[in-house]
Design a binder for this molecule. Structure first.
Ligand code: FAD
Ligand code: UDP
Length: 366
């Protein structure tokens, strides 16, 4: 008999299991995939650490979380500075003075502000209700048209007018020449990759790969006092309030016989006519001096095509539906929901680690 059955070996499951194991509790992790680390999973191809489910850059301003992950593996210094490619032109991201200078030939923050103010004049709203309104209110129409509209339409398979403003607020807008994609204090990539990080975290904990909770649900439930579920909350409850929507992706990995394919870790393709959204060149996360290179093209996809729910679609309809699941979950004892799928939130890695640490603390306090 286990104290905890943890469904899913992503960063939520691994963090929770690590803390409870440390507290002397008996844990079993089951994972339906053939590997640990969830969507942060990395694999070595020709000595290059490849992010198999898209680029994963660790960033946080929470010193406790930074200290926590660094306990298991040293982190390599890495500042994410992606580029945007639009019809043969390259722009710096996030939106900053380098972007504005390339777009309009301006050199001062005052000039950039004046152009943005002028462009957003007719769209000004106090409280943007959708992604398009939010984006134009932040950076004006030129940047919206070239760098946001096409990318967003592809990424989400929806008109930006139907998407919540919160999605674009993930990106900083700066009137300085600073290409750092994140505002956080700490940033880096675990040396050796996330699979190695999670391997270190779950040392000594029972783990079964290739095990889908739903294939033997009664058996698994009978094996532990409490279930910690990091899969889809709607699936856990047999879709009783309807299915939640998720956006998926397809990742096409290629070994390229060149030493330097694109000169940067991440290039976004913002034109709607290009079918992929990003190309990642993995050696730049790791060691740019390694021979050869491996790239990944990221194609947005319907979940029906892949059966992999990467992104919750947090519009009003889905959030209302999720709230019904969450309220129903609160009536159930002996099951805890966590992570991007369990809480239906657009969480980054540091968010799920924070949630898992807090959840473990609550359990220990009981
Ligand atoms: P997951 O990693 O999804 O883990 C859940 C696990 O549960 C999975 O392994 C799944 O197979 C398993 N599971 C599900 N159902 C079952 C079942 N029925 N039985 C058994 N096992 C099951 N975050 C950042 O901080 N920085 C980034 O740069 C970044 N880039 C990203 C890029 C992409 C393309 C994506 C999709 C996400 C990115 N993220 C990034 C977010 C990051 O991946 C997540 O925040 C984090 O991995 C979520 O961890 P999790 O444990 O909640 O979920
Ligand atoms: N986005 C965009 N153009 C870009 C990059 C991002 O329009 O070049 C928008 C898009 O809607 C995307 C959102 O900003 O979904 C959040 O971007 P982020 O890089 O955080 O996406 P993630 O890495 O989570 O896929």
């Amino acid at each position: 008999m286990y104290d905890y059955l943890i469904v899913g070996c992503g960063l939520f499951g691994a963090t929770f299991a690590q803390k409870m194991h440390e507290a002397g509790k008996k844990c079993l992790i089951i994972e339906r995939r053939t590997h640990i680390a969830g969507n942060a999973y990395t694999e070595s191809i020709n000595q290059i650490v490849v992010h198999m489910y898209g680029a994963h850059i660790f960033h946080t301003s929470d010193a406790e979380i930074w200290e926590y992950v660094n306990r298991f593996l040293p982190f390599r210094r890495f500042i994410n500075s992606p580029l945007a490619y639009y019809q043969g032109e390259i722009y710096n991201l996030p939106f900053n003075m380098n972007t504005f200078s390339k777009m309009w030939g301006v050199t001062s923050p005052k000039e950039a502000r004046a152009i943005i103010e002028m462009q957003k004049e007719q769209y000004k709203v106090d409280e943007p209700k959708n992604l398009e309104e939010q984006a134009i209110n932040l950076v004006g129409t030129d940047i919206y048209e070239k760098l946001i509209k096409g990318y967003t339409t592809k990424q989400w398979g929806m008109d930006p007018k139907q998407l919540p403003p919160s999605i674009i607020k993930r990106l900083p807008v700066r009137y300085t020449y600073d290409n750092n994609y994140f505002d956080d204090t700490f940033q880096g990539i675990p040396q050796g990759g996330y699979t190695e990080l999670v391997k270190q975290m779950i040392q000594g904990i029972d783990l079964r790969l290739n095990e889908d909770y739903f294939a033997h649900r009664d058996l698994y439930d009978s094996m532990a006092k409490t279930v910690v579920f990091t899969g889809r909350i709607d699936q856990y409850f047999d879709f009783r309030f309807g299915e939640l929507d998720y956006r998926s992706l397809k990742f096409i990995h290629e070994v390229v016989d060149e030493d330097n394919f694109q000169g940067n870790a991440v290039v976004n393709y913002t034109d709607v006519a290009v079918p992929y959204t990003r190309i990642i060149e993995h050696k730049f996360f790791d060691d740019p001096n390694l021979p050869g290179t491996v790239i990944t093209k990221e194609y947005p996809a319907l979940i029906q095509e892949t059966n992999e729910p990467y992104y919750p679609i947090t519009d009003d309809k889905n959030l209302e539906r999720y709230e019904r699941y969450r309220d129903f979950a609160r009536t159930k004892r002996n099951v805890i929901f966590g992570g991007r799928l369990g809480e239906y939130r657009y969480y980054d890695m540091h968010h799920v680690i924070r949630r898992a640490l807090d959840c473990a603390k609550n359990q220990c306090a009981k």
